[in-house]
Design a protein around this ligand. Structure first.
Ligand code: NAD
Ligand code: UDP
Length: 311
């Protein structure tokens, strides 16, 4: 039985990771400050004697003995990470320093939940891991993008300088049950709007693209990465290369929910990336042929069922 720390474990992805690692027979310690996550997400796990929930902010140091650390703590939706942008930078940077320091001291393996946002508004398409990105360092998204880029740099330097056993995954847009209903992300927004027969809010003309991955596929990829040989440190893209325009996504969700919603167009936010699609060759090669299995309609139907149950 491994002892595993998950920072940001009460958030959307963290909750799925806690559940899966407990089901696999591990002991899980979930650490969260409940900024965007909440106790409700993990309340069903509290009766499991191998699960512990700790309220803590990763910007201050934390001591524990564990075998592995998954570092997920950081608000992920533009609305949430821009709400207190300085805190977002602190969470990414000081959170990484504190968790890497812990990993170094206790010789634990540590995985960083990085993001496709390190590629910014990418000029290379699809994005390969060797692309350095096109990020505006002073724009509205920079608190998140540059915070995550600095965290990657910290991970690499703790590896080079201190031989810390690091793993970096770059996560592309992920959706599924337990997404925060008010985080403003496109999948949750469109599903809730469609279920309420309210206008679907497309920012810009809807031609910008994203590639959406169902959360179970991500969790499988993250766990395979953690369990991979120490020589595999990443960064490795984890995402579903199925690319859609935001307009196509809106139409699919309207169809799947039998909604009467009409599409309305609004101003595009600053620095909104025009295209995004992962090249997953490296993940397939290094993670035992990992590849996403859940098709978009299947994943959206599961997510729609979840939102029906909570609204
Ligand atoms: P989320 O907002 O649901 O989860 C983040 C969790 O971190 C929340 O539970 C929040 O309360 C916690 N947290 C925030 N600041 C903290 C702090 N200072 N100390 C302790 N806990 C803190 O977001 P998510 O979608 O589950 O994302 C999880 C991770 O995956 C994030 O690091 C995010 O950057 C990364 N990621 C997510 C996506 C995606 O599409 N969901 C894509 C790329 C990367
Ligand atoms: N988007 C949209 N309507 C919404 C929410 C988002 O058109 O109600 C767009 C947004 O401008 C972006 C895409 O959908 O182009 C994905 O947005 P999200 O915030 O989910 O993720 P990110 O931009 O971080 O990839």
């Amino acid at each position: 039985m491994k002892k595993i720390l998950i920072t940001g474990g009460a958030g959307f992805i963290g909750t799925h990771l806690c559940e899966r690692l407990l089901n696999d027979g591990n002991e899980v310690i979930c650490l969260d400050n409940f900024f965007t996550g909440n106790k409700q997400n993990v309340i069903h796990l509290l009766k499991n004697p191998y699960f512990e929930l700790i309220r803590h902010d990763v910007t201050t140091s934390f001591f524990i003995e564990v075998d592995e650390i998954y570092n997920l703590a950081c608000p992920a939706s533009p609305i949430h990470y821009q709400y207190n942008s300085i805190k977002t930078i602190k969470t990414s940077v000081m959170g990484a320093i504190n968790m890497l320091g812990l990993a170094k001291r206790i010789k634990a393996k540590i995985l960083q939940a990085s993001t496709s946002e390190v590629y910014g508004d990418p000029i290379i398409h699809p994005q390969t891991e060797d692309y350095w990105g096109n990020v505006n360092p002073i724009g509205l998204r920079s608190c998140y993008d540059e915070g995550k880029r600095c965290a990657e740099s910290l991970f690499m330097n703790y590896y080079f300088q201190n031989n810390v056993r690091i793993k970096i995954v770059r996560i592309f847009n992920t959706y599924g049950p337990k997404m925060h209903p008010n985080d403003g992300r496109v999948v949750s927004n469109f599903i809730i709007q469609a279920l309420k027969n309210k206008p679907i809010t497309i920012y810009g003309d809807g031609t910008q693209t994203r590639s959406f991955q169902y959360v179970d596929d991500l969790i499988e990829g993250m766990i395979r990465m953690m369990n991979s040989d120490d020589s595999i440190i990443g960064p490795i893209n984890i995402g579903n290369p199925n690319e859609f325009t935001i307009l196509e996504l809106a139409q699919t969700i309207i169809k799947l929910t039998n909604s009467k919603s009409k599409i309305e167009f609004f101003k595009l936010p600053q620095d909104d990336p025009t295209q995004r699609k992962p090249d997953i060759t490296l993940a397939q090669k290094n993670l035992n042929n990992w590849q996403p299995k859940i098709l978009i309609e299947e994943g959206l139907l599961k997510t729609i069922d979840y939102f029906k149950s909570i609204i």
